[in-house]
Design a protein around this ligand. Structure first.
Ligand code: FSO
Ligand code: SF4
Length: 428
């Protein structure tokens, strides 16, 4: 544990063995975990609020949850677990609100093939999750001859009809959040960071980078009130990109209605033994070597399995051509990390379709986590009592021995191992 939030802190530096106040390491870790989940929920709630929606239950949970972590308020090991589970429930609610607000504003996503690479002309590259910022930028750049590209978690924007209708939303540059220093340096375009995973910019591009909303970077111009004039001027001043040859495409934008329209066919294929199992492989991508597991895992899955994916973890394998099973694509990109709610709705629909409980479905969830939104999503799945999930690329440091034991004993949450061995075990 490490806590230095009050003046009783050990030796004036920090309580590390146990709190002077009596706080035990497991309580401290659970408090940290609760704060992480609250941060994740707040990231989504911020987008929901910006789109004009507010929910009292979510707001109350955020306030009460934070208050719980104040000095000398809550020393109960059990209650903090319940609060983490409740955080999972609240996170489901906020993701659902965000999904509804997105659909209300931009229509329900439908599959879209997205070209990866530069087109001739000046460009603006948009990264992050804020679809509203992207829409405003698209409006303000209409008929200006500027190409708008997505990066990382903005890729699913191409699936939304009300965003895709802008013909100058031309494609995608790069992949997951951590390739940004390379991609932003390579392409001489203006760049907009709308939410998290922005990295401290390199000198080579910081004068053409801009941020909006809560996202801020030192020496980088902030866009106020969605007035994108500075970034538009910068894009025009930078001039044209050259057309890249042999561009590949990736497909995104499988909304719930699209997948459910295939329900009868999916049922027929499952009953005929032509689809043996569904895998949800998603979450955050991360640059550490262990993250190569996810590509190997997907690559080695047998051809009678379907892979659902979401968030930036998809970049580990979304260039693979997995083909289809009698017209049902084997790789289905549902969207951003907040679209985990769509995956959950889909799982519920499969439960109805096959008249099964969630844990009896032929569905395995393989999570990759990097930061606090993913922690909140993990607790959402635990709130739903989803068992036998795999988690990686490393175990969360906020789970000490006690917490890990609880997660393993209660949910059989398992760390990722060897991809081929894991597949063999799951399918046996
Ligand atoms: Fe991942 Fe982080 Fe959604 Fe990113 S959680 S890394 S661009 O923020 O967000 O999946
Ligand atoms: Fe130490 Fe408790 Fe104060 Fe934290 S709240 S610094 S554990 S005495």
């Amino acid at each position: 544990m490490f806590c230095y939030q009050c003046s009783q802190t050990a030796f004036g530096n920090g309580c590390t063995i146990q709190g002077t106040c009596g706080k035990k390491p497991t309580v401290a870790k659970l408090q940290d975990n609760l704060i992480f989940a609250i941060k994740g929920i707040s990231a989504y709630n911020n987008l929901v609020n910006k789109m004009g929606h507010e929910d009292k239950e979510i707001n109350n949970f955020l306030t009460n949850g934070l208050y719980t972590t104040l000095t000398n308020v809550n020393f109960d090991v059990e209650n903090l677990i319940s609060l983490a589970i409740e955080a999972g429930k609240i996170n489901l609610k906020v993701m659902d609100l965000l999904k509804k607000a997105n659909i209300e504003n931009f229509g329900e996503p439908t599959p879209s093939e997205v070209e990866v690479g530069a087109k001739k002309g000046p460009g603006i590259l948009v990264t992050g999750h804020d679809l509203q910022a992207l829409e405003e930028l698209l409006k303000q750049t209409e008929d200006k001859g500027i190409n708008i590209y997505t990066h990382s978690e903005m890729l699913p924007a191409h699936g939304y009809p009300e965003l895709r209708k802008y013909k100058h939303l031309v494609g995608q540059l790069g992949g997951p959040w951590f390739d940004q220093k390379k991609i932003f340096s390579n392409y001489n375009v203006a760049i907009l960071g709308t939410t998290n995973c922005v990295l401290l910019p390199k000198d080579s591009y910081k004068n053409r980078m801009f941020t909006s909303g809560v996202t801020k970077l030192p020496d980088v111009q902030q866009i106020e009130n969605f007035d994108f004039t500075p970034i538009i001027n910068k894009a025009l001043e930078l001039g044209d990109l050259e057309e890249e040859k042999d561009k590949k495409t990736i497909t995104t934008g499988f909304g719930l209605s699209t997948i459910l329209s295939l329900a009868d066919k999916i049922k027929e294929l499952v009953e005929a033994g032509k689809i043996k199992r569904f895998f949800l492989v998603g979450g955050c991508d991360s640059p550490i070597p262990q993250a190569s597991y996810y590509r190997e895992f997907v690559k080695n899955l047998p051809s009678d399995t379907i892979v659902l994916t979401l968030a930036c973890g998809k970049y580990r394998f979304n260039d693979l051509d997995l083909g289809d099973i009698e017209g049902i694509p084997r790789l289905i990109d549902i969207g951003q990390c907040n679209d985990s709610i769509v995956a959950i709705e889909l799982a519920t629909a499969l439960c109805d379709l096959f008249e099964m409980e969630l844990n009896d479905l032929p569905l395995t969830i393989v999570l990759s986590w990097m930061e606090q939104k993913a922690a909140a999503i993990l607790w959402s799945l635990l709130y739903l009592d989803k068992k036998d999930m795999l988690i990686g690329p490393i175990l969360p440091a906020w789970a000490n021995e006690d917490i890990t034991k609880y997660l393993v004993d209660t949910f059989n949450l398992t760390p990722i191992g060897d991809p081929k061995e894991d597949i063999k075990r799951i399918l046996s």
